[in-house]
Design a protein around this ligand. Structure first.
Ligand code: FSO
Ligand code: SF4
Length: 538
């Protein structure tokens, strides 16, 4: 196996024996083969569409499969094998696009041995590719995985966009062609642009379905009734579960990236959505243990479970892990959570691990509603700088850098955040500036879109360019959705982003040079050095 797609990749180079995330060799190979067949499917479908035919539903399928290969989503070989078979079936139902089709368009996943051999071949073929070109291929594929994930969430709420669906297929098919590094740079930047479009689509889907978020205080205290913990990013799963648990005598708690759900009126209206439990995904093994009740995992990040709570974990959607219970989506889309709800009733209430109240819901609409206050605070000098500290959390102890950085920021700075990186500092008592919380949490990682909308509105209000605002970027990344966030920020022309805790292993020295020279990307150093650079004269 070879996988280098996340920040925690072995030795900062690549996982070759077993993933640090827990992904084994077989699963890694199946994910590689799935991407390979998706490339062939995409090439065929694009050719067919050019001729007025094609499969209009292929984009949705491709997006879902890309999502399944994202870090910490699907560890289940049987499910991945089914996806490979289905991808080949959809591909083979399309007309061949000529005699010189690439192998990805015609190769047949005849059985486990053929798939395993193909997986080995795919890894070996990487060595033959120029390192910079390979780096651009990786960057594109990982950005596409982000698009696949976010477009899947939007599609669950009925929001689809043919341009986004087509771009996923164009990007995949591009990696089969003999393109120059320059061409591939074009695709990578286009991926960022389509990323912005995807974020906007999901924002529209979420706010239409669940209302405009409001700045909300969320309790982290445990109640006295049995509970169900919902983790991941899928708001629809949470909404359906809340409806099905009405009057059932159990409480529902959010975990990790579900925290912003409390800010949506159509979700907050349920009295039995009582609070947020625990922190970010890397701490789930201790927290799920202490929760005592069932846990519904709607998306990443799933960490291989401990035996002590394994029977209480239910996966759904694209999440998979052999041996865990899975809640399927039937054809009518209505998931049945009754087994999980009955399970909860037999459980003890959660142990209390509260960390005080948390503030969330600082999305573009509620923040722009107080734009006058924010603008006056900047003009008066009460707010000297905004620091965007969005992105992911992770396991490594070095991530305490972000806690120390947040603590060291001067009292006249405001943190803008989204994603699970915030758990490193959202329970610190950083106070407010004239009523503006010093940590403005826009929501999930996809709500980085809100941060962009806020920055664009501020730039317009002050009549300056986006890079001339008193805003610094100190982004933490872990998996491929954060790669898409980064590409989207670059596509908007945002410069001088600091990225950490480690730079991506898949960025070659040559491509890093391009990113540094054209966009001013930097890695983190010490808190003191970075503070001096990002908040000059603090
Ligand atoms: Fe966190 Fe995991 Fe949202 Fe990522 S839960 S790390 S960017 O998958 O998705 O922020
Ligand atoms: Fe390794 Fe990350 Fe890939 Fe898992 S997702 S195998 S930890 S690089």
């Amino acid at each position: 196996m070879f996988c280098n797609q996340c920040e925690e990749t072995a030795k900062g180079l690549g996982c070759t024996v077993r993933g640090v995330c827990g992904k084994d060799k077989e699963t890694a190979g199946l994910q590689d083969v799935l991407i390979y067949v998706l490339k062939g499917l995409s090439a065929r479908n694009l050719a067919a569409m050019k001729n007025g035919g094609g499969n209009p539903d292929a984009g949705r399928f491709v997006g879902g499969c890309l999502f399944a290969t994202l870090t910490n989503v699907n560890f289940d070989p049987a499910r991945l094998r089914d996806m490979i078979r289905e991808a080949a079936r959809i591909r083979d139902a399309l007309p061949a696009s000529g005699s010189a089709e690439p192998d990805a368009c015609t190769w047949v996943p005849a059985g486990p041995a053929a798939i395993a051999a193909k997986a080995q071949e795919i890894v070996a073929a990487r060595d033959a590719v120029d390192p910079d070109l390979r780096s651009l291929h990786d960057l594109l594929i990982y950005g596409l995985k982000g698009i696949g994930a976010y477009s899947h969430h939007a599609a669950a709420l009925g929001y689809e966009d043919q341009e986004i669906a087509a771009f996923m297929q164009e990007g995949l098919a591009a990696t089969l062609q003999d393109l120059t590094a320059g061409d591939m740079v074009g695709y990578v930047l286009a991926c960022g642009k389509v990323g912005v479009k995807t974020f906007a689509l999901l924002d529209a889907a979420n706010t239409t379905a669940y209302g405009t978020p409001a700045i909300t205080t969320v309790s982290t205290a445990a109640g006295t009734r049995p509970g169900i913990l919902v983790t991941g990013h899928d708001l629809k799963d949470l909404a359906d579960l809340l409806e099905q648990t009405r009057g059932a005598g159990v409480d529902v708690y959010t975990h990790g990236e579900m925290l912003p759900a409390h800010a949506y009126p159509a979700l907050a209206k349920y009295d039995h959505l009582v609070g947020n439990y625990g922190g970010s995904w890397p701490f789930q093994r201790e927290e799920f243990d202490r929760f005592n009740g069932p846990v519904l995992v709607t998306t990443n990040c799933l960490v291989p479970p401990k035996d002590s709570y394994r029977d209480r974990v239910y996966t759904t959607g694209l999440v998979g892990y052999a041996g865990l219970k899975h809640v399927d989506a039937p054809a009518d889309g209505k998931k049945d959570f009754s087994a999980l709800i009955e399970h909860a009733k037999r459980c003890e209430p959660p142990q209390d691990i509260s960390r005080g109240d948390l503030i969330t819901g600082c999305a573009h609409a509620p923040v722009l509603a107080i734009a006058d206050t924010v603008i006056s605070a900047v003009k008066s000098g009460a707010v000297k700088r905004f620091v965007v500290m969005a992105g992911c959390d992770g396991r490594h102890s070095g991530r305490d850098y972000y806690t120390r950085f947040a603590e060291a920021l001067p009292a006249d700075t405001v943190i803008l955040t989204a994603g699970c990186a915030k758990y490193r500092y959202n329970s610190l008592d950083l106070g407010d500036i004239g009523g503006i919380p010093r940590v403005l949490d826009a929501g999930q990682c996809n709500d980085c879109y809100s941060l962009v909308v806020i920055a664009q509105a501020l730039a317009e209000a002050f009549g300056v360019g986006i890079n001339d605002l008193p805003v610094s970027y100190n982004i933490a990344w872990y998996e491929q959705k954060a790669v898409l966030v980064l590409l989207s920020l670059l596509s908007l022309g945002i410069k001088d982003i600091t990225l950490g805790p480690r730079l991506p292993a898949f960025v070659s020295p040559g491509i890093l040079k391009v990113l540094v020279e054209n966009f001013g990307i930097k890695g983190i150093a010490t808190v003191e050095e970075d503070l001096e650079r990002m908040v000059p004269g603090n």
